[in-house]
Design a protein around this ligand. Structure first.
Ligand code: 5RP
Length: 224
């Protein structure tokens, strides 16, 4: 199967699973990226209704709105029933690296609000230890240099990504870190003054992961 077919497949299987649970009063959290775009396409083909969606990026908001899905402000919802998103890396304990698409901060906010976080990936995203994919770190533009210096003291090499996030901030892509203790690394990077969010999702891990494999099957894994 091609990478695109894997994404479509995992999105479809996760959607069919979720469709049975969706209720008309639900607020759904929707992530960002090419895999989630396939999930949004499935949503629009379903007759199952839900109240509204909260979005993790401008890109996702535009896609949802183009399909006439009611997108509401995060600040106006009491709770998010399910948040669904992709990832750049997934370790065996369901800790993630996210932010390849630059939406990490809003993604983490919505994940933190959700009663359940469901992650959809293909098997190329599975790793034994996080860190081969450079960790995206969203930083205030005025602090990109001092934050990069602090990250280098931790053993990382920070590269400034071109462009700004939806929040008007910069992203440093940090290579060379071996994220053997994801909770520690998430907290340590988050604690550097000027950091908005580290793209390590360890304190808010998904409870369920769907993994597409090359033979066409999709593995549904439920966390501890
Ligand atoms: C965006 C993300 C994405 O979930 C991650 O980059 C995976 O994207 P894709 O589904 O396109 O591989 O974290 O900020």
């Amino acid at each position: 199967m091609s990478p695109d077919e894997l994404k479509k497949n995992v999105a479809k299987v996760a959607f069919l699973h979720l469709e049975q649970q969706i209720q008309p009063n639900w607020v759904l959290g929707v992530g960002t990226g090419s895999t989630i775009n396939c999930f949004i396409d499935c949503l629009t083909q379903s007759s199952q209704t839900f109240a509204s969606a909260v979005s993790s990026s401008v890109q996702t908001t535009e896609r949802l709105k183009a399909y006439n899905i009611n997108v509401v402000d995060i600040n106006t919802v009491p709770e998010v029933m399910v948040y669904i998103d992709g990832a750049d890396e997934v370790d065996p304990s369901f800790a993630l690296i996210k932010g390849g698409g630059g939406a990490l901060t809003r993604e983490k906010i919505v994940a933190s609000m959700a009663n359940k976080f469901v992650c959809i990936v293909d098997e190329s995203k599975l790793v034994d230890c996080l860190g081969e994919f450079p960790v995206p770190v969203e930083v205030l533009p005025l602090a990109s240099h001092p934050v990069a210096t602090q990250l280098s003291k931790l053993g990382g090499h920070a590269k400034l990504r071109s462009g700004l996030t939806d929040n008007g901030n910069c992203i440093l892509d940090v290579s060379g870190l071996e994220i053997d203790e994801p909770d520690y690394w998430e907290r340590t990077i988050n604690d550097i003054p000027g950091v908005v969010t580290a793209g390590i999702f360890s304190l808010h891990r998904p409870q369920e992961i769907f993994v597409a494999t090359a033979d066409g099957s999709v593995d549904h894994r439920v966390g501890p």
